[in-house]
Design a protein around this ligand. Structure first.
Ligand code: PLP
Length: 388
């Protein structure tokens, strides 16, 4: 087995050392955080300190952070008609979302299909703000969900402008910041978001933990998904995942301290990567390149390349890349993101995603480029790039 280079950080990131330590420390805590005895209180302290750290990553208050089992669950929780804002108890009557949202948002949460409106994106994958303004003006009770950064292309949405449009029309604004957190600034107030989704495993925590964060305590959900013991101030029942939350807090603290420097390093590597990809095969198309993007993501294709075979060819060279979004079946589905950007079917089937992280090295980028050289040469000869 060749030495492996991991380039699938948007699917999941390795556990940060700080998160591993917090996890290991929490392993020795026997108590239930809801118990009043010393053991229970010790577990509670771990959760509350993690809540502070996750809040700090977004410049939010700890009391506005609600832990969930995943980013998916936080999105599901957010996409409800039953948000109340202060004295306003009326339901949200429709859901607006961009055509390039993560599948957990595309599922529509608890809105029926006929109450959901798609907002188109341009060829670079940016949401069409004029279409958003037009759609949101049709009701004062919309819920709008947009991602801060796209998981496939890394394209960053004009969230500040979108927030102004949504709020001017009386709407409530949810932002899925799962891919953006730790990579670009995500201050809730600066973004203008009312609700934000995070996922622990994208920032170096454990898989299976997420959070929904609200802008202030005026915002209240009348229909939690999971009811029972009243944990997470009634918003998410079930004994808390103390280990996962402890690691999430440590990962959030590390991301806050190191994120900016890591992003600058990743951007330099990503630029080297993209220059190299194009130097080797000048016809390489990099999706979303005309837009502002995350510093760590490149989604690219070459006419005639099939994503499935390209991913296998890279894998055989010791390089882990992906064919776009990771999906539970492991099957490659045509990307709804690229389809919404109007990408031709020929290129759409060939899109390969390379996503970098804080451990990525220059040597690994060079290894990826030499694998790309082999693959691109094989493709130019009409071969698949996988040795028989
Ligand atoms: N939102 C975005 C943009 C994502 O990329 C992902 C995961 O890939 C999720 C939500 C879901 O997060 P989780 O894996 O924690 O369910």
């Amino acid at each position: 087995m060749p030495e492996r280079s991991y380039f699938d950080w948007n699917a999941t990131a390795p556990l940060r050392l700080e998160a591993r330590r917090a996890f290991e420390e929490a392993l020795s805590l026997p108590g239930n955080p809801s118990s009043v005895h010393a053991e229970g209180r010790a577990a509670r302290r771990v959760i509350e300190s993690a809540r502070q750290e996750v809040a700090a990553l977004l410049g939010a208050k700890a009391s506005d952070v609600f832990f969930t089992s995943s980013g998916t669950e936080a999105n599901m929780l957010a996409l409800s008609p039953a948000w109340e804002i202060g004295a306003d108890k009326g339901p949200r009557d429709r859901l607006l979302m961009s055509a390039v949202e993560h599948i957990s948002v595309r599922s529509g949460g608890r809105f029926p299909k006929e109450k959901i409106t798609d907002i188109p994106v341009d060829a670079a994958g940016r949401v069409d703000l004029a279409a958003l303004a037009e759609a949101v003006a049709k009701s004062e009770r919309s819920l709008v969900s947009l991602m801060l950064a796209n998981n496939e292309t890394g394209v960053i949405q004009p969230i500040v402008e979108a927030a102004a449009i949504v709020h001017a029309a009386g709407g409530l604004f949810h932002v899925d910041a799962v891919q953006a957190a730790g990579r670009i600034p995500c201050e809730m107030e600066a973004l203008g978001a009312d609700l934000v989704t995070l996922s622990a495993h994208k920032i170096g925590g454990l898989k299976g933990v997420g959070a929904l964060i609200r802008a202030d305590d005026d915002i209240h959900l009348a229909d939690p998904l999971i009811r029972g013991g009243g944990q997470e101030r009634g918003l998410r029942a079930g004994t808390e995942n103390v280990l996962g939350i402890a690691a999430f807090g440590a990962a959030a603290a590390a991301a806050r301290q190191l994120g900016q420097a890591e992003a600058a390093r990743m951007l330099a590597l990503r630029n080297r990567l993209e220059t190299g990809l194009r130097a080797i095969a000048p016809a390489t198309v990099i999706f979303g390149a005309a837009a502002e993007r995350l510093p760590n993501t490149t989604l690219f294709a070459l006419e005639g390349m099939k994503a499935e075979t390209a991913v296998i060819a890279f894998d055989l060279e010791g390089i882990a890349v992906s064919s776009g979004a990771a999906c539970s079946s492991g099957k490659v589905q045509p990307s709804h993101v690229l389809a919404a950007m109007g990408v031709s079917p020929g290129l759409l089937r060939g899109a390969v995603r390379v996503s970098l992280g804080w451990e990525t090295t220059e040597t690994e980028v060079e290894a990826l480029l030499s694998a790309w050289r082999k693959l691109a040469t094989a493709l130019s000869k009409g071969q698949s790039g996988i040795a028989a």
